[in-house]
Design a protein around this ligand. Structure first.
Ligand code: MN
Length: 426
């Protein structure tokens, strides 16, 4: 009996083992695995016909709606789904795109950016008409090379009879940028501008802002300047609107061109050796010198390394905020810190500077003077996100560093109803 029972147990054990092996082999068999993957992907990723309002072409498109893989976009080409993932150095050569006879937009004469071209492009932007791909790629290529050639800290001396205006966060509010140009004049060699980061995300017209500002920078390289903001970073702009906007208006892989351009944006501008301008603010220790900031190298790899540290000089320049108490406090942003009036005073003294101008925070009046008038926040998105009813402001300096703060209200968006893209915040 015992031996029979043993035998029974033994055989059922074998059977179970056998069944187990069969189950495992089914599970790991490539076809079964692929089928599960396919089903999961079909549930996760919607493929759809997509008509690009800018190029007026229809494409089959699908995206992987997964945080870690958000950069994977699949296009149907020759009946096959192919991925165009992120590759940083792949801005296509603009010369391969020819401007068709039928193209009705503005034309760049001799492939040269001119004021006429930019002004016509702005008119076209108002009705969501993009420049030709040839011109877009030309602007992308040239602006990336130009930023790469600049130092991390840009020094500027305002010349006689010249104005220098600092513009704070614009956050995709293109029509408010045009309003700034109306109030303060178009960029020119005598009317210099510094755009102090966060030109993109939140609002609907980040692309139009970037292409306009990049074009002016190419036209007047010594008069138009940009500092990098915390949103000019892939981890933020893939979540706060810019990624989706570029996907809607251009092609999916265009986002990588922008992010590779952002990697070379300068971090600090110093005016007449006296005014320190960055997007965020100051640092974890009191011993940071301008020379130390000058020595920060900018590349995709090193930027990523710096930004992984929430208290690196790089991260603080983009992220920190001024507070009312002396010393340093943790930030509600969960990265970088809040620095007090004493931190500002020590930094200015150590580096022989007079004033800090920064942006990064919405202010009801569009600006805020703090730290014994040694620090000014300037924010240029009035009625921020269509919600906050705040004013916008810009700061204008003459060559003697006399400053004038100009406030302005939001332009009436109702007049721009012809824009097809819905405002996500309405
Ligand atoms: Mn910011």
């Amino acid at each position: 009996m015992i031996s029979l029972k043993n035998c029974f147990y033994c055989s059922s054990y074998l059977c179970l083992n056998f069944l187990f092996i069969i189950c495992i082999s089914i599970l790991v068999s490539p076809t079964f695995y692929t089928r599960i993957q396919q089903t999961l992907q079909q549930q996760k990723n919607k493929s759809f016909k997509f008509t690009n309002p800018y190029t007026n072409t229809t494409q089959d498109i699908r995206t992987i709606n997964h945080h870690e893989q958000r950069n994977l976009i699949f296009f149907k080409e020759n009946n096959k789904w192919t991925s165009r993932g992120i590759s940083k150095n792949n801005i296509p050569d603009y010369k391969q795109f020819f401007v068709e006879e039928s193209y009705t937009g503005e034309r760049m004469k001799g492939d040269q950016i001119s004021l006429e071209f930019i002004l016509e492009m702005i008119e076209d932007f108002k009705s969501l008409k993009p420049p030709h791909q040839r011109y877009l790629y030309k602007i992308f290529q040239e602006i990336r090379d130009l930023f790469e050639s600049l130092d991390t800290v840009v020094d500027i001396e305002i010349s006689e009879n010249t104005n220098f205006t600092v513009v704070g966060d614009l956050h995709g509010q293109f029509f408010d940028l045009l309003h700034i140009f109306e109030l303060n004049g178009l960029p020119s060699e005598a009317n210099c501008y510094l755009f102090n980061g966060d030109l993109i995300d939140r609002g609907d017209y980040s692309l139009e802002i970037l292409v306009t500002v990049f074009s002016f920078k190419l036209l007047y390289p010594n008069s138009i300047h940009l500092n990098r903001g915390n949103h000019e970073t892939e981890t933020l702009n893939s979540v706060y609107g810019f990624y989706q906007e570029v996907l809607d208006k251009l092609y999916g892989d265009s986002i990588s061109y922008f992010n590779s351009i952002f990697d070379y944006l300068p971090l600090v501008t110093i005016l007449n050796k006296k005014i320190f301008i960055c997007h965020g603010g100051l640092f974890l220790t009191d011993d940071v010198t301008i020379n130390e900031i000058r020595n920060i190298t900018r590349s995709e790899k090193s930027n990523r390394m710096y930004l992984q540290n929430p208290f690196s000089i790089f991260t603080c320049l983009l992220w920190s905020d001024p507070g009312i108490y002396n010393g340093r406090q943790p930030s509600v942003r969960h990265t970088s810190l809040v620095f007090g009036p004493d931190v500002t005073e020590n930094f200015l003294k150590l580096n022989n500077l007079d004033l800090i101008i920064r942006s990064h925070q919405v202010e009801f009046e569009g600006y805020k003077i703090m730290h014994k008038e040694k620090l000014i926040t300037v924010f240029s998105s009035p009625n921020y996100m269509g919600l906050l009813k705040n004013k916008g402001a810009i700061i204008r300096f003459d060559s003697q560093l006399n400053k004038k703060i100009i406030q302005f209200d939001s332009v009436d968006r109702e007049q721009h109803k012809n824009i097809k893209r819905a405002n996500a915040f309405n």
